[in-house]
Design a protein around this ligand. Structure first.
Ligand code: HEM
Length: 399
């Protein structure tokens, strides 16, 4: 009997049990492995496009193969006939999920994506940095540095965005904190690893988020006008405004945590945080993979695939294979220029490529700067951490 994609994607091991001296047992476990990059490089070199019989997934690992899958017209973001994951179907979380451009293909996605991309490009990154720094001054510091780093990594980027998007006024930190918690709950409920309590919390959070009043700022007004002119309906615009915070939440938290770990190894890298964040995006990225599903029978990377087949797209393997030699993540200095051909694959490629890359780097830089300014010591944090359980994201959780 062939297992459906949902069953096929169960992790082989609890990430907590992974042995750092052994390569990851499979590409899904790699995202939270202590050092998956030699494994990724080998996979990209030896098996750039292959079938993983245990996972029942095709796996794209080489840069050319990753790019080919992400630009193939038959490769879609959702399995055919399943626009929403079954645990979220018929719920407020399902309604929100189904409207996100990240979860849709076709003309509606392309139209709203183009508008969002144009509007995000008009945000002044200095304003974004200033907003994050201003919120940082208001946020309480827990006595426990690990708890402070964990909370700020998740919350500060979302809170800064919530202000820019008109969801919070001035310095209302209570509302801001609540929105950050609800966004994190909804994001967690979308994970394949979510249990019933997380799904219930995500559904409740999605219901509240969709009722959230949004002030009319010049930016949101222009976004709405341009989107309406492109024929996008108001429900989709509202959902995707929330979607910007959802998309920023976990990935930016990962970027912040991985930057803190980098600083623990190379304290001098704090002198140029912008360069360090750019380096971490390439060498120890927060998002390691994404998925695509065949909408119809088609030839992908020269192999005939069937409608419904799932492909695990290893962004981090493509990146690792283009990075400088083995051990790059551990040894390269932050200020070293990118290797020719090296790019941050962590933001994806093709029609769904992340429109928030510059914003994410700026939010991460501002958050790390704020944590350092509050006396957080990366070397002390790095003494005890694990990665949050995840099949695609590398997000440190400090203990
Ligand atoms: C380091 C932080 C981030 C990383 C690594 C990241 C990565 C990604 C990736 C890999 C995708 C494409 C997924 C796929 O093709 O399957 C994506 C999509 C997206 N990201 Fe980001 N992202 C980050 C931060 C942000 C931020 C701050 C925003 C807010 C503006 C954002 C907004 C989006 C949106 C709206 C999409 C959907 C685009 C579409 O489907 O066309 N991301 N992101």
């Amino acid at each position: 009997m062939k297992l459906g994609p949902k069953l096929a994607l169960k992790p082989a091991l609890n990430p907590m049990t992974l042995d750092p001296t052994k390569p990851p047992p499979d590409p899904l476990a790699a995202a939270t492995h202590p050092d998956p990059y030699p494994y990724y490089r080998e996979l990209a070199r030896v098996q750039p496009f292959h079938r993983d019989a245990m996972l029942m997934l095709w796996v794209a690992a080489g840069p050319a193969e990753v790019a080919a899958v992400l630009s193939h017209p038959a490769c879609r973001v959702r399995p055919p006939g399943q626009p929403v994951p079954p645990p979220l179907a018929q719920s407020p979380a399902g309604t929100l999920f189904a409207r996100l451009i990240r979860m849709n293909d076709g003309q509606d996605q392309a139209l709203l994506k183009a508008v969002l991309q144009r509007k995000l490009a008009t945000l002044d990154l200095n304003d974004v940095r200033a907003a994050a720094s201003a919120w940082a001054r208001l946020l309480p510091v827990a006595r426990d540095p690990a708890a402070t780093a964990n909370r700020w990594s998740s919350a500060l980027p979302v809170i800064a965005l919530a202000g820019l998007l008109g969801y919070t006024a001035g310095d209302d930190e209570t509302t801001a904190g609540r929105i950050a918690t609800q966004i994190a709950s909804f994001a967690a409920a979308m994970s394949q690893l979510a249990g019933s309590a997380e799904i219930a919390a995500g559904i409740e959070a999605a219901a509240s988020l969709q009722m959230l009043p949004c002030a009319d700022t010049p930016w949101t007004r222009a976004l709405r006008e341009h989107a309406r002119a492109a024929g996008v309906d108001d429900d989709a615009i509202g959902a995707n405004q929330l979607g910007l915070m959802v998309q920023s939440c976990e990935a930016t938290a990962g970027l912040i945590g991985n930057t803190l770990l980098w600083l623990a190894r190379d304290a001098a890298a704090a002198d140029d945080l912008r360069a360090t964040v750019a380096r971490v995006l390439r060498a120890d990225p927060p998002i390691h993979n994404t998925r695509r599903f065949l909408a119809e029978d088609a030839r992908v990377c020269g192999v005939p695939l069937r409608r419904g087949d799932g492909i695990l797209v290893l962004l981090a393997a493509a990146a690792a294979s283009q990075a400088e030699g083995a051990g790059a993540a551990a040894t390269a200095s932050a200020s070293a220029p990118a290797h020719p051909g090296e790019r941050s694959w962590t933001f994806g490629h093709g029609a769904h490529r992340c429109p928030g890359d510059a914003l994410a780097a700026t939010l991460a830089e501002a958050t790390v700067a704020a944590l350092l300014a509050r006396g957080i010591e990366p070397a002390a944090l790095a003494q005890a951490y694990r990665y949050r359980p995840s099949l695609n994201a590398r997000i440190p959780h400090f203990l």
